[in-house]
Design a protein around this ligand. Structure first.
Ligand code: SAM
Length: 323
């Protein structure tokens, strides 16, 4: 009998709840997201255990990923997941095919996924075998065979901090013709803004409005949103972005920040838009100092250059009035 997306969600969520992890997550929400991401060393250690739990807690995000797996994983599909977290996506894939392989870099998170796997096995969730998990770096590991479906949710707005591109680049040469990558693409947008920022804010400081943490910022947008990047995960991508844009000012004000938001595009065409999820894809606000006074109709030259997976503090951002 097939296992529904709801059933797998309920099982994994209630396991985390019983272990006190949802409570710990709620306590961690007292701190701003940027504080959490600034202290991580994702290249070496991945995310924190609580971030992996946060992914599951973000039901709107998880539901879309599970639905895509439901559409694209069949009884003989070979599935590889880079960064399993609690294992929820691989578990669901394993209800459909015996050939599921997952990689996780963080030992504590790996241990949690192994425990949940044991628990689900006792509940006879997997019709043949449970997924095979390895405690390895998904950027360096070879998949065991040619792949039908790559799953990787190592996405951060603007493709800062997380290593989605590097992970998918590693697996994509082993994707069979006609294979699928979940998600398929990431599109990022920029808006020039006048934001009410805390005193003492420095150039390129990061702020993340997050309703679940009760954190919001007052701002006036000074331009329309412009799409500045579209990453296609089905092909080998370059590891950085270097973009020059010309943006028209829509009202008088003072640019002291840029707002970046991203949309996650699935193989089915479904899009997780701005504000469609709780943890995935929050808007980010990057401070621009010194600020720049502008008038409606001005043209602003924007230069944006950074490595995917890096901290916004290390980005090159310049904003100048076109004379
Ligand atoms: C955002 S979570 C997503 C977890 C899970 N796929 C889900 O959707 O719920 C990303 C996971 O990838 C792991 N990770 C990050 N970089 C990794 C790498 N290079 N190799 C393997 N795992 C990695 C993190 O530790 C974290 O558990």
């Amino acid at each position: 009998m097939s296992v529904s997306t709801e059933k797998i969600y309920k099982e994994v969520f209630s396991y985390c709840e019983k272990e006190g992890l949802i409570q710990k997550l709620k306590e961690s929400l007292a701190f701003p997201e940027e504080q959490q991401f600034n202290k991580l060393n994702i290249s070496k250690e991945g995310l924190d255990l609580i971030d992996a739990v946060h992914c599951v807690n973000d039901k709107r995000r998880t539901k879309v990923f599970l639905e895509e797996i439901n559409k694209y994983v069949f009884s003989k599909s070979v599935v590889v997941e880079g960064g399993i977290g609690t294992g929820i996506l691989s578990f669901f894939a394993s209800t459909k095919t015996p050939y599921v392989y997952g990689f996780e870099i963080n030992p504590t998170i790996f241990e949690l996924a192994e425990k949940i796997k044991k628990y689900l096995t006792t509940k006879h969730i997997f019709p043949s075998i449970a997924p095979s998990f390895s405690l390895k770096d998904a950027i360096k590991s070879k998949p065991p065979e040619k792949i039908d479906v790559i799953i990787s949710e190592n996405i951060y707005t603007g493709m800062f901090f997380e290593k989605q591109v590097q992970i998918v680049n590693n697996f994509v040469p082993n994707l069979k013709k006609g294979g699928v990558v979940i998600p398929n693409k990431l599109e990022s947008f920029i808006i020039l803004s006048q934001t009410v920022l805390p005193k003492g804010t420095e150039n390129k400081d990061l702020f993340v409005p997050t309703p679940e943490r009760g954190i919001s910022f007052k701002y006036k947008t000074l331009s329309k949103a412009i799409s500045y990047d579209l990453i296609n995960f089905k092909v080998h991508s370059r590891l950085d972005i270097n973009k020059r844009l010309s943006m028209i000012i829509t009202g008088d004000g003072e640019i002291n920040s840029i707002i970046i938001y991203s949309e996650v595009i699935m193989p089915s065409g479904k899009v997780i838009k701005r504000k469609d999820a709780d943890f995935l894809n929050s808007d980010i606000i990057i401070a621009i100092q010194p600020s720049l006074k502008v008038l409606k109709g001005d043209t602003i030259n924007v230069h944006l250059a950074y490595k995917y997976g890096s901290n916004p503090k290390n980005a090159r951002i310049s904003i100048n009035k076109k004379l």
